[in-house]
Design a protein around this ligand. Structure first.
Ligand SMILES: Nc1ncnc2c1ncn2[C@@H]1O[C@H](COP(=O)(O)OP(=O)(O)O)[C@@H](O)[C@H]1O
Ligand SMILES: [Mg+2]
Length: 249
Protein backbone atom coordinates (compact mmCIF):
# COMPACT_ATOMS: atom_id res chain seq x y z
CA UNK A 1 0.00 0.00 0.00
CA UNK A 2 1.40 3.40 -1.02
CA UNK A 3 0.35 6.92 -0.14
CA UNK A 4 1.90 8.17 -3.38
CA UNK A 5 2.81 6.21 -6.47
CA UNK A 6 3.87 7.03 -10.00
CA UNK A 7 3.60 4.77 -12.99
CA UNK A 8 5.89 5.39 -15.97
CA UNK A 9 5.70 9.15 -15.52
CA UNK A 10 7.06 11.22 -18.40
CA UNK A 11 7.92 14.89 -18.88
CA UNK A 12 9.33 16.11 -22.15
CA UNK A 13 10.62 19.51 -23.20
CA UNK A 14 10.82 19.49 -26.96
CA UNK A 15 12.90 16.45 -27.78
CA UNK A 16 14.41 16.17 -24.31
CA UNK A 17 13.08 13.58 -21.89
CA UNK A 18 13.43 15.21 -18.48
CA UNK A 19 11.35 12.59 -16.67
CA UNK A 20 11.94 9.26 -18.36
CA UNK A 21 9.27 6.76 -17.39
CA UNK A 22 9.66 7.14 -13.63
CA UNK A 23 7.88 4.62 -11.41
CA UNK A 24 8.25 4.95 -7.66
CA UNK A 25 6.18 4.82 -4.53
CA UNK A 26 6.05 6.30 -1.05
CA UNK A 27 4.53 4.29 1.74
CA UNK A 28 2.51 5.91 4.53
CA UNK A 29 4.97 7.27 7.10
CA UNK A 30 7.96 6.58 4.90
CA UNK A 31 10.70 9.12 4.27
CA UNK A 32 11.77 8.49 0.70
CA UNK A 33 14.75 10.52 -0.48
CA UNK A 34 15.52 11.30 -4.10
CA UNK A 35 19.11 12.01 -4.96
CA UNK A 36 20.88 12.64 -8.24
CA UNK A 37 23.19 15.07 -9.99
CA UNK A 38 22.11 18.59 -10.91
CA UNK A 39 19.77 18.53 -13.87
CA UNK A 40 18.70 14.93 -13.17
CA UNK A 41 15.05 16.01 -13.14
CA UNK A 42 14.35 15.96 -9.40
CA UNK A 43 12.54 19.29 -9.23
CA UNK A 44 10.62 18.50 -12.40
CA UNK A 45 9.41 15.26 -10.83
CA UNK A 46 8.22 17.06 -7.68
CA UNK A 47 6.40 19.59 -9.86
CA UNK A 48 4.64 16.73 -11.63
CA UNK A 49 3.69 15.16 -8.29
CA UNK A 50 2.33 18.41 -6.82
CA UNK A 51 0.38 19.12 -9.99
CA UNK A 52 2.29 22.29 -10.82
CA UNK A 53 3.44 20.68 -14.05
CA UNK A 54 1.31 18.48 -16.32
CA UNK A 55 2.87 15.17 -17.36
CA UNK A 56 3.13 14.01 -20.97
CA UNK A 57 2.44 10.40 -20.07
CA UNK A 58 2.13 8.10 -17.09
CA UNK A 59 0.07 8.26 -13.91
CA UNK A 60 0.20 9.66 -10.38
CA UNK A 61 -1.77 7.86 -7.69
CA UNK A 62 -2.31 9.54 -4.33
CA UNK A 63 -4.06 7.81 -1.45
CA UNK A 64 -5.54 5.24 -3.82
CA UNK A 65 -6.87 7.82 -6.29
CA UNK A 66 -5.62 8.62 -9.77
CA UNK A 67 -4.79 12.34 -9.44
CA UNK A 68 -2.93 12.63 -12.75
CA UNK A 69 -5.49 15.05 -14.16
CA UNK A 70 -6.09 17.00 -10.93
CA UNK A 71 -4.76 20.56 -10.58
CA UNK A 72 -2.40 21.61 -7.81
CA UNK A 73 -5.14 23.01 -5.50
CA UNK A 74 -7.19 19.84 -5.61
CA UNK A 75 -4.13 17.74 -4.77
CA UNK A 76 -3.15 20.12 -1.95
CA UNK A 77 -6.66 20.10 -0.49
CA UNK A 78 -6.64 16.33 -0.30
CA UNK A 79 -3.34 16.40 1.60
CA UNK A 80 -0.59 16.11 -0.99
CA UNK A 81 1.44 19.19 -0.20
CA UNK A 82 4.57 20.86 -1.36
CA UNK A 83 5.82 22.93 1.52
CA UNK A 84 6.22 26.45 0.16
CA UNK A 85 3.10 26.40 -2.01
CA UNK A 86 0.54 26.16 0.74
CA UNK A 87 0.00 29.80 1.42
CA UNK A 88 2.18 32.85 1.58
CA UNK A 89 3.43 34.18 4.88
CA UNK A 90 1.77 37.37 6.12
CA UNK A 91 4.69 39.47 7.32
CA UNK A 92 2.84 41.65 9.79
CA UNK A 93 1.01 38.71 11.40
CA UNK A 94 2.62 36.77 14.21
CA UNK A 95 4.09 33.34 13.62
CA UNK A 96 1.17 31.85 15.52
CA UNK A 97 -1.42 33.78 13.49
CA UNK A 98 0.20 32.58 10.28
CA UNK A 99 -0.01 28.98 11.46
CA UNK A 100 -3.66 29.48 12.49
CA UNK A 101 -4.44 30.93 9.07
CA UNK A 102 -2.88 27.90 7.41
CA UNK A 103 -5.02 25.61 9.56
CA UNK A 104 -8.16 27.61 8.75
CA UNK A 105 -7.32 27.68 5.05
CA UNK A 106 -7.12 23.93 4.98
CA UNK A 107 -10.55 23.48 6.53
CA UNK A 108 -12.70 26.32 5.26
CA UNK A 109 -13.40 27.80 1.88
CA UNK A 110 -13.80 31.55 1.98
CA UNK A 111 -12.25 32.78 5.18
CA UNK A 112 -14.51 34.65 7.55
CA UNK A 113 -12.05 37.31 8.55
CA UNK A 114 -14.34 39.06 10.99
CA UNK A 115 -14.06 36.16 13.39
CA UNK A 116 -11.09 36.82 15.65
CA UNK A 117 -8.38 34.41 14.57
CA UNK A 118 -7.20 33.37 18.00
CA UNK A 119 -10.75 32.62 19.14
CA UNK A 120 -10.78 29.52 16.93
CA UNK A 121 -9.81 26.98 19.52
CA UNK A 122 -9.44 23.97 17.23
CA UNK A 123 -7.18 25.73 14.72
CA UNK A 124 -5.15 27.42 17.45
CA UNK A 125 -4.49 24.00 18.96
CA UNK A 126 -3.31 22.64 15.61
CA UNK A 127 -1.16 25.75 15.09
CA UNK A 128 0.52 25.45 18.48
CA UNK A 129 1.22 21.77 17.90
CA UNK A 130 2.85 22.26 14.51
CA UNK A 131 4.89 25.21 15.75
CA UNK A 132 6.19 23.06 18.60
CA UNK A 133 6.98 20.24 16.14
CA UNK A 134 8.89 22.65 13.93
CA UNK A 135 10.83 24.15 16.85
CA UNK A 136 9.16 27.54 16.56
CA UNK A 137 7.11 27.67 19.75
CA UNK A 138 9.42 30.31 21.20
CA UNK A 139 8.76 32.53 18.16
CA UNK A 140 4.94 32.31 18.32
CA UNK A 141 4.32 35.90 19.32
CA UNK A 142 6.86 37.41 16.92
CA UNK A 143 5.74 39.04 13.67
CA UNK A 144 6.78 36.77 10.78
CA UNK A 145 8.83 39.65 9.35
CA UNK A 146 11.23 39.26 12.29
CA UNK A 147 12.20 35.64 11.56
CA UNK A 148 15.68 34.61 10.43
CA UNK A 149 15.97 32.83 7.04
CA UNK A 150 16.03 29.32 8.47
CA UNK A 151 13.13 30.06 10.81
CA UNK A 152 11.09 31.30 7.87
CA UNK A 153 11.61 28.03 6.08
CA UNK A 154 10.57 26.25 9.28
CA UNK A 155 7.42 28.38 9.41
CA UNK A 156 6.61 27.38 5.82
CA UNK A 157 6.90 23.76 6.84
CA UNK A 158 4.79 24.39 9.98
CA UNK A 159 2.12 25.97 7.77
CA UNK A 160 2.18 22.95 5.49
CA UNK A 161 1.71 20.69 8.52
CA UNK A 162 -1.14 22.88 9.81
CA UNK A 163 -3.03 21.87 6.69
CA UNK A 164 -2.83 18.29 8.04
CA UNK A 165 -1.29 16.60 5.00
CA UNK A 166 -0.78 12.91 4.39
CA UNK A 167 2.17 13.38 2.08
CA UNK A 168 4.80 16.11 1.97
CA UNK A 169 6.98 16.99 -1.00
CA UNK A 170 10.19 18.76 0.02
CA UNK A 171 12.63 20.07 -2.57
CA UNK A 172 15.96 20.79 -0.87
CA UNK A 173 14.44 22.23 2.30
CA UNK A 174 17.90 23.00 3.68
CA UNK A 175 19.16 24.97 0.68
CA UNK A 176 20.73 28.25 1.72
CA UNK A 177 20.65 27.45 5.42
CA UNK A 178 23.49 27.71 7.91
CA UNK A 179 24.91 24.49 9.37
CA UNK A 180 22.97 25.16 12.54
CA UNK A 181 19.69 25.79 10.71
CA UNK A 182 20.12 22.66 8.58
CA UNK A 183 20.74 20.66 11.73
CA UNK A 184 17.45 21.94 13.13
CA UNK A 185 15.61 20.87 9.97
CA UNK A 186 17.16 17.39 10.08
CA UNK A 187 15.98 17.01 13.67
CA UNK A 188 12.54 18.22 12.71
CA UNK A 189 12.28 15.79 9.79
CA UNK A 190 13.35 13.00 12.12
CA UNK A 191 10.38 13.93 14.33
CA UNK A 192 7.98 14.07 11.36
CA UNK A 193 9.05 10.72 10.00
CA UNK A 194 6.50 8.01 10.56
CA UNK A 195 3.62 10.50 10.75
CA UNK A 196 3.62 11.62 7.13
CA UNK A 197 4.77 10.17 3.85
CA UNK A 198 7.69 12.41 2.93
CA UNK A 199 9.43 12.73 -0.40
CA UNK A 200 12.70 14.55 0.25
CA UNK A 201 15.06 15.85 -2.39
CA UNK A 202 18.36 16.58 -0.73
CA UNK A 203 22.03 16.92 -1.69
CA UNK A 204 23.47 16.49 1.80
CA UNK A 205 24.16 12.75 1.90
CA UNK A 206 24.72 12.75 5.68
CA UNK A 207 21.18 14.08 6.10
CA UNK A 208 19.83 11.61 3.54
CA UNK A 209 21.50 8.62 5.19
CA UNK A 210 20.33 9.77 8.63
CA UNK A 211 16.70 10.25 7.60
CA UNK A 212 15.74 8.08 4.66
CA UNK A 213 13.95 4.75 4.83
CA UNK A 214 14.52 4.37 1.12
CA UNK A 215 16.51 6.28 -1.45
CA UNK A 216 15.88 6.57 -5.18
CA UNK A 217 18.73 7.64 -7.44
CA UNK A 218 17.67 9.67 -10.46
CA UNK A 219 20.08 10.16 -13.37
CA UNK A 220 19.12 11.88 -16.64
CA UNK A 221 15.46 11.59 -15.68
CA UNK A 222 15.63 7.83 -15.16
CA UNK A 223 15.48 5.83 -11.94
CA UNK A 224 18.92 4.24 -11.68
CA UNK A 225 18.18 2.41 -8.44
CA UNK A 226 15.83 2.39 -5.44
CA UNK A 227 16.86 0.85 -2.16
CA UNK A 228 17.65 1.23 1.51
CA UNK A 229 20.52 3.53 2.55
CA UNK A 230 22.73 0.45 3.01
CA UNK A 231 21.92 -0.85 -0.46
CA UNK A 232 22.64 2.57 -1.97
CA UNK A 233 25.99 2.75 -0.18
CA UNK A 234 27.01 -0.61 -1.62
CA UNK A 235 25.62 -0.23 -5.14
CA UNK A 236 28.60 0.02 -7.51
CA UNK A 237 26.85 1.92 -10.28
CA UNK A 238 25.39 4.41 -7.83
CA UNK A 239 28.81 4.98 -6.34
CA UNK A 240 30.30 5.56 -9.76
CA UNK A 241 27.56 7.76 -11.16
CA UNK A 242 26.56 9.84 -8.22
CA UNK A 243 28.45 9.36 -5.01
CA UNK A 244 31.80 9.28 -6.80
CA UNK A 245 30.96 12.60 -8.36
CA UNK A 246 30.08 14.01 -4.95
CA UNK A 247 33.38 12.88 -3.48
CA UNK A 248 35.27 14.36 -6.37
CA UNK A 249 33.50 17.72 -6.02
N1 LIG B 1 10.82 24.67 -18.46
C1 LIG B 1 11.85 23.95 -18.96
N2 LIG B 1 12.11 23.95 -20.28
C2 LIG B 1 13.13 23.23 -20.77
N3 LIG B 1 13.96 22.47 -20.04
C3 LIG B 1 13.74 22.43 -18.71
C4 LIG B 1 12.69 23.18 -18.10
N4 LIG B 1 12.72 22.94 -16.75
C5 LIG B 1 13.75 22.10 -16.56
N5 LIG B 1 14.37 21.79 -17.71
C6 LIG B 1 15.53 20.90 -17.88
O1 LIG B 1 15.20 19.69 -17.27
C7 LIG B 1 16.33 19.11 -16.66
C8 LIG B 1 16.02 18.76 -15.23
O2 LIG B 1 15.87 19.93 -14.47
P1 LIG B 1 15.48 19.87 -12.92
O3 LIG B 1 14.23 19.11 -12.76
O4 LIG B 1 15.49 21.28 -12.41
O5 LIG B 1 16.70 19.05 -12.32
P2 LIG B 1 17.22 18.91 -10.80
O6 LIG B 1 16.18 19.46 -9.89
O7 LIG B 1 17.48 17.46 -10.63
O8 LIG B 1 18.50 19.70 -10.74
C9 LIG B 1 17.47 20.11 -16.82
O9 LIG B 1 18.27 19.70 -17.88
C10 LIG B 1 16.75 21.38 -17.13
O10 LIG B 1 17.56 22.22 -17.92
MG1 LIG C 1 16.21 20.90 -8.35
Amino acid sequence: MSILRTEALVKRYGGILVTDSVSLDIRPGELHAIIGPNGAGKTTLINQLSGELASNAGKVWYDGVDVTALPIHARARSGLLRSYQITSIFEEFTVRENAVLAAIGAQEHGWRFWRPMLARAAQVKVADEVLATCGLAHRSAMPAAGLAYGERRQLELAMALAAQPKCLLLDEPMAGMSVQESGAVVQMLARLKGRYGILLIEHDMDAVYALADRITVLVYGKVLFSGTPDEIRRHPEVKAVYLGEEEAA
